[in-house]
Design a protein around this ligand. Structure first.
Ligand SMILES: [Ca+2]
Ligand SMILES: [Ca+2]
Ligand SMILES: [Ca+2]
Length: 581
């Protein structure tokens, strides 16, 4: 059997399908993996979750710049379970023909790959939209799940009365049979039971725990605002944030929308009444997260009680962000603006440094390769994202990739590129948007018609055209940049001449050099001039002890804000030729 697996791995690698080479971590055994996904949760709302901060973020690493490829429940979950952007999953909506559960290819996706890697796979809660309603038989259980307890649509969206498909059996919860039941609390209790039951087994588990909050759902409540949908709350948390003011960043109810696409320009300013309603909606969404936060405390406590906490990789994230009045959108997602595409992403457990942050861009297509990396498994499909573990091990590492954002809904269709600094959006109508997020984080000044950004726009347009049809490694292709060292081989006598080469040098705006962890050189433009060519530098390496191997790293910054590191390992000469001269 192991030989068969090795053969399979070799075959997959040969065809470029393998994503995970590592698996050889320091951990004595392979970790359990718990992926907690909330629904429609913004990064801003994380302040309502002190337990997640204490038990996951403080023990782990927070990705400060985490995005979803397609900011909508169903496409986003399809990406999480396949490692593919939505143009490859073909799940680009909530219902056929654009999307919905029936469009997910359940014959080749993450849970199956994890089973092949020896994992017990479990899912509890919301799955892809339309599960139980769009498939002809609600008893259907998708392949790949050992323990399957998914909510049946539309009962998914009732916080007090819902039906789970429990490995093929439909079981009703709440309602008149069990008044007072609250879905979030039920999921927490059920999650603890599952952990208790399968802890300590020789088979590690992958547990997908999908809370509905802070997404809207029934029943209606007395203070629900007219015209806006809100979650339902347990009595103990009603009005917990009643005094919380709606955040009003500069993009809130954006006054001048003359630079915006027509679907924004058409929107009227929000009236004070409407703003009050949005505030109530905002408060209820925050309030609904309190039970999730409590739930996560109890789930983590359960892992600790059964002795599995140290050996469980916990991933906390959301399927998409949400707008609360930014750019005049009173409630919504799908769009390319920051509050819509940004999601919380926090990891803790084996191989994850404690109490750290990462600035590098992450995208939900990274979830599958990251999980497979931890599990020592292999993807059966080209992965459009990458394992985040290299970024966890090396905070200075930069890949230089663009993140692809996609969106389709009634009357709206776009693709976008997100770099660490810029966002370029191209609508099917031909309209474009360009934002310099380092100067304009609230996306108030569309630069698409500003002349001096034309070269950047053309370049991003070309890259977007490539990325919008990308598959696998092409989706995270780095800029074509390399470095030439002199001496090219042999030991380094005390200094190295480094020259940046490759077509991407023409977009370089700055390069910093590090040897053995110390910054030893910087090439940057003087004044407003462009970087002089060729981009090269003699960097001293005398601080590296004689005869030692050291890492030379070049950290390149491009005009569009992309960052890329290039590494080379060299050895300093035992005899210090340079010192003697
Ligand atoms: Ca969602
Ligand atoms: Ca409500
Ligand atoms: Ca209220």
């Amino acid at each position: 059997m192991p030989r068969l697996l090795i053969t399979l791995a070799v075959v997959l690698a040969t065809f470029g399908l393998a994503v995970s080479a590592s698996a050889q971590t320091a951990a004595p055994e392979r970790p359990n993996i718990l992926m907690i996904m909330t629904d429609d949760q913004t990064v801003e709302s994380m302040r309502a979750m002190p337990e997640v901060q204490r038990l996951i973020a403080a023990r782990g690493t927070t990705f400060d710049n985490s995005f979803v490829n397609f900011s909508l429940c169903c496409p986003s979950r399809a990406t999480a379970f396949t490692g593919q952007y939505s143009h490859n999953t073909h799940v680009q909506g909530l219902a056929p023909p654009l999307g919905g559960y029936p469009l997910l290819n359940t014959t080749n996706y993450l849970p199956l790959w994890l089973q092949q890697a020896g994992y017990r796979t479990m899912h509890l809660g919301k799955f892809l939209n339309g599960y139980g309603s769009q498939n002809p038989d609600p008893h259907e259980v998708p392949a790949g799940w050992d323990v399957w307890q998914a909510s049946i649509d539309p009962s998914t969206y009732d916080f007090t009365r819902f039906t789970l498909n429990e490995n093929g059996t439909l079981v009703d919860y709440g309602g008149s049979k069990n008044p007072g039941m609250y879905q979030t609390d039920f999921y927490t209790q059920r999650a603890r039971q599952l952990i208790d039951r399968y802890a300590g087994s020789a088979r590690p588990f992958f547990f997908s725990l999908a809370y509905l909050a802070p997404h809207h759902g029934t029943p209606l409540e007395i203070d629900d605002p007219p015209g806006l949908k809100t979650p339902a709350l347990p009595g103990r948390h009603e009005n917990a944030f009643v005094n919380e003011l709606l955040p009003q960043p500069p993009s809130f109810n954006e006054f001048d929308v003359s630079d915006k696409p027509s679907y924004i320009r058409r929107r009227a300013l929000l009236t004070p009444d409407k703003v009050a309603n949005v505030q109530e909606e905002y408060q209820q969404r925050l309030e609904s997260l309190l039970a999730v936060d409590e739930g996560i405390r109890r789930v983590v406590a359960e892992l600790e009680e059964v002795g599995e906490l140290q050996n469980t990789l916990i991933i906390f994230t959301s399927d998409n962000g949400f707008l609360h009045g930014e750019h005049r959108i009173s409630a919504g997602k799908v769009v390319a603006y920051e509050p819509s595409i940004r999601v919380p992403l926090i990891m803790a457990g084996p191989g994850v440094p404690a109490g750290q942050h990462r600035k590098q861009l992450a995208v939900n297509a990274d979830l599958s390769p990251t999980i497979l990396d931890a599990a020592g498994g292999f993807a059966g499909l080209p992965q459009d994202g990458r394992s985040l573990f290299p970024l966890l091990r090396d905070r200075g590492l930069r890949w230089g990739r663009d993140v692809l954002i996609e969106g389709r809904s009634t009357g709206l269709s776009f693709n976008a590129l997100r770099t660490p600094r810029f966002k370029y959006v191209k609508y099917r109508t031909g309209t474009t948007e360009l934002y310099d997020l380092s100067r304009d984080p609230d996306e108030l000044q569309n630069l698409a018609r500003v002349k001096r950004y034309r070269p950047l726009r053309m370049e991003m347009y070309k890259r977007l055209n490539r990325l919008k049809r990308c598959r696998g490694a092409a989706c995270y292709a780095a800029p074509k940049l390399s470095m030439r060292l002199k001496p090219a081989r042999g030991c380094v006598p005390g200094a190295l001449r480094v020259r940046m080469t490759g077509p991407a040098t023409k977009y370089l705006s700055k390069v910093a050099f590090y040897a053995g962890g110390r910054r030893v050189g910087l090439v940057r433009p003087v004044g407003t001039a462009r970087l002089s060519r060729p981009v090269q530098r003699v960097v001293p390496t005398r601080h590296v002890r004689a005869g030692r191997r050291f890492k030379l790293r070049a950290k390149a910054t491009f005009d569009d804000g992309r960052l890329m590191t290039l590494d080379r390992t060299r050895r300093s000469c035992a005899a210090r030729a340079a010192d003697r001269s």
